[in-house]
Structure formats: structure tokens, C-alpha cells
Ligand binder design. Structure first.
Ligand SMILES: Cc1cc2nc3c(=O)[nH]c(=O)nc-3n(C[C@H](O)[C@H](O)[C@H](O)COP(=O)(O)O)c2cc1C
Length: 385
């Protein structure tokens, strides 16, 4: 496919839709309920306007971004996603290679389809790890030890899946992970041979980090099984005491949870509504970012995701106080296209959009963006930030 046909993140989505079986596309694209939270995330970005500023020297621009002690060449990273290899049998590998090449963070999920050890061999210090609790506290801590041994310095614990999100699309299409096949799913795959044929060689994607962690015959991690423990404050404190690297709490949507994380000594919070996949009536993350940043002050690092689809969106998130921004689905749509070059194209495309938008709003760096880049009506509205 000609890369020129891919100019927006929605282009990636539309091409991936053609390539993927309906059930796989639905798994990646879908949200809780009718998908209103996902739409709300995107709409919040569209409603917020930027103020162009001219007659300024904005010739030398940079969009590299520092977070803690690491500087990345682009101010965004790959959000943790389980079973990325449903989009393509080599998705994890391609994402890791692209992250390393262009120097962005790749946050690998506990539910990844390639082991953390193998991903770290490709992307080394660009790899972050996202932790889900598994079937016991002991096995969860064993996984944390493994992550530390591998050399990873940034740990993100996701706390926003106390139960599986209710996703009618997955239920209608019969999507399960790992895959199970009835007539409907077999036909779905048969009509998408360019997606399905490689799996005859590679086999079904699996939860690759489970190895060595099973407990009394139970797998460490299973999807929708109810076998996973739910993190609480005691576990968060235990984790903080046992993990010496950076620790972020992902899935923060309330001030109370933000304060709990701060009080436990976590490095920062990660504002996310899981891309609208858990609760349909949740506020948009951009609205949450404004509220939470205003209340907790400027110092405490905030990672951010859900609904980011353009370079301008990224500038808006930084102007409202994010310290680093992640995207999820768009990276799986790029992986679905089958080659690393599409992921690299996606990263560079966002870079171009950010660079152009920075110049339009009269800025030369992503580092010090603040509300002054917002349209005045919006500045007044957010005046306390
Ligand atoms: C297919 C898929 C799988 C996901 N799996 C995980 C996961 O294993 N752990 C996690 O913390 N978040 C997971 N997420 C949520 C993402 O980390 C992220 O919060 C979300 O995708 C951001 O929204 P966006 O897709 O609109 O960018 C998943 C998202 C998708 C789309």
C-alpha cells in the first residue's frame, strides 16, 4: 500500500477495517456499551480550540519530551495493549522495533502475546511494563521481580479493570482470547485470508507472560475469567515498597484515586478511561485531566491517554498539564497493515502534525506548553490551571 494514502489516524483505521476479520476489528475498535465513552474522549479534543499566534520566530522547533530521567524523540508512546498479535502475528515485535528506532516508549501489557524478555531484547530501555494482578499476590510479585530482572525501569499498574468491561460488539461477534472458533468465526476468518493465513504458520496468539507463574493449576492471567485479583491500597503500598523504579497508577479518573496514589508514594498517575472500554458513562479523559491537574498542582507527573488521534490533540493534552501522552488503538491498526514501515509512518505522521501545530500556535518546544496556546474563551474557562 502506498504510504501517501495514510495521512490521518482514521486512514489507518479504515484500511485495518478492510483487512481484519470483523471480530478482531471489533475487539480493537470497540468500547463499553454503544461506545459513547470512546466518542466522548474524541469529542472533547475536537471541542477544545487552539489560538494561532504569528509574527514570532518559531524556526527551530523540537518536540522531544523528557519524563523523569529519559528523553524521548517524540512526545507520545504506545499504550499497553493485551494480545497485540491478534492484529498481526508479529505485532509486538514490529511495535518494539519501531519504538526503538524512533525512540518512543512502548508500554508492554501483562497480557502481551510476546514475553517481556523477548520484547526487551529488541527495544531495551524503550520498554515500560504494565502490570495486572494475576491469580495470587505471590505470583504477581514474582512477575514484578521478573520485570526488574529484565532491566525495566518504568512500571505502570492498571487499576481500572475490577471486572471485564461490557462490550456488546465482542459478545455478538463471539470474540474470545485466545480465539475459539464456531462457524461464524471460521467464516469471518475465511473472508479475510490475508489476515488469517499467516496464523496457520504462527498459531493462535497466547498470553506469553504466563509461563512459570501458574498457581495451583490456574493460569496467572486469563481474560474475562474472574480469576484475577483486584488491586487495593494495601497491594499498592506493597508494590511501592518492593519496586524501586518509577511507578505509575493507570486508570485514574478521580481526584480521590489520584490522592491515594500520591499518598502511597507512586511516581505519578496515568489518567485513562481505558479508551472507553470499561464504563460507558465515564467522563472524557481531557475533562478529567483539567480537573485533576488543577487540584493536585503542577509538580506531580501525569501520564495521559484515551481518544488522542492528532498532533493537535497531543498539544492540547500538554497544554492542560499532561507530562506524557500515549495512544492505543491507532498502533494496532498500523500493525494490522502488516509491516513495520506502517508503524514508523504513523509515528512520523504524528510528529509532522505536532511540528506544524507548534509553529501555528507560536511555540518552539513541547516542553513548556501551557494554557496560553488555547483559544481565549477556553483559557478563561480553564483559568485555574
Ligand atoms: C485492544 C486493546 C487492548 C488493551 N489492553 C490493555 C491492557 O492489557 N492493559 C491496559 O492497561 N490497558 C489496555 N488497553 C487500554 C490502553 O492501554 C489505552 O488506555 C487505550 O487504548 C487508550 O485509548 P485509545 O485507544 O483511544 O488511544 C487496551 C486497549 C485496546 C484497544
Amino acid at each position: 500500500m502506498n504510504l501517501n494514502n495514510l495521512q490521518t489516524l482514521d486512514d489507518f483505521r479504515l484500511f485495518a477495517k478492510k483487512k481484519l476479520p470483523k471480530m478482531v476489528f471489533g475487539y480493537i475498535d470497540g468500547g463499553a456499551g454503544d461506545g459513547l465513552a470512546l466518542k466522548r474522549n474524541i469529542q472533547s479534543f475536537k471541542k477544545l480550540l487552539l489560538q494561532p499566534k504569528t509574527l514570532l520566530n518559531v524556526k527551530n522547533r523540537s518536540f522531544s519530551k523528557r519524563i523523569n530521567d529519559q528523553t524521548f524523540d517524540y512526545p507520545f508512546g504506545i499504550a499497553p495493549m493485551g494480545l497485540c498479535n491478534v492484529s498481526n502475528p508479529n505485532a509486538d515485535t514490529m511495535l518494539a522495533q519501531a519504538a526503538k528506532k524512533l525512540n518512543i516508549p512502548f508500554c508492554v501489557s501483562t497480557a502481551s502475546s510476546t514475553s517481556i524478555e523477548d520484547i526487551y531484547k529488541i527495544a531495551s530501555n524503550n520498554v515500560w511494563f504494565q502490570l495486572y494482578m494475576g491469580s495470587s499476590v505471590e505470583s504477581t510479585m514474582k512477575l514484578v521481580e521478573r520485570v526488574e530482572k529484565v532491566g525495566i525501569k518504568n512500571l505502570v499498574i492498571s487499576v481500572d479493570v475490577p471486572a471485564p468491561g461490557y462490550r456488546p460488539r465482542e459478545l455478538r461477534d463471539g470474540f474470545t482470547a485466545p480465539f475459539t472458533f464456531g462457524i461464524k468465526q471460521i467464516l469471518d476468518c475465511a473472508f479475510h485470508p490475508s489476515w488469517s493465513l499467516p496464523y496457520l504458520f504462527y498459531g493462535k496468539p497466547k498470553f506469553a507472560n504466563n509461563e512459570g507463574l501458574s498457581n495451583k493449576g490456574k493460569n496467572f492471567f486469563e481474560r474475562n475469567s474472574g480469576t484475577r485479583l483486584i488491586p487495593d491500597l494495601d497491594f499498592l503500598k506493597k508494590l511501592r515498597n518492593n519496586w524501586s523504579g518509577n511507578l505509575y497508577v493507570k486508570g485514574i479518573t478521580s481526584l480521590e484515586d489520584a490522592y491515594h496514589s500520591i499518598n502511597c508514594g507512586c511516581t505519578g498517575i496515568y489518567i485513562s478511561n481505558h479508551g472507553g472500554r470499561q464504563l460507558e458513562s465515564v467522563p472524557s479523559t481531557l475533562d478529567l485531566l483539567k480537573m485533576i491537574r488543577r487540584k493536585i498542582g503542577k509538580k506531580y507527573p501525569i501520564l495521559f491517554d484515551s481518544g488522542v488521534r492528532t498532533g493537535e490533540d497531543i498539544i492540547k493534552a500538554y497544554s492542560l498539564g499532561a507530562d506524557f501522552v500515549f495512544l492505543g488503538r491507532p498502533f494496532l491498526f498500523a500493525s494490522a497493515l502488516g509491516q513495520k514501515q506502517y508503524i514508523i509512518h504513523l509515528i512520523k505522521l504524528l510528529g509532522k502534525q505536532i511540528d506544524s501545530a507548534l509553529a501555528q500556535v507560536g511555540q518552539t518546544s513541547i516542553e513548556n506548553l501551557n494554557k496560553s496556546v488555547l483559544f481565549e474563551k477556553d483559557i478563561n474557562f480553564y483559568k485555574d490551571i
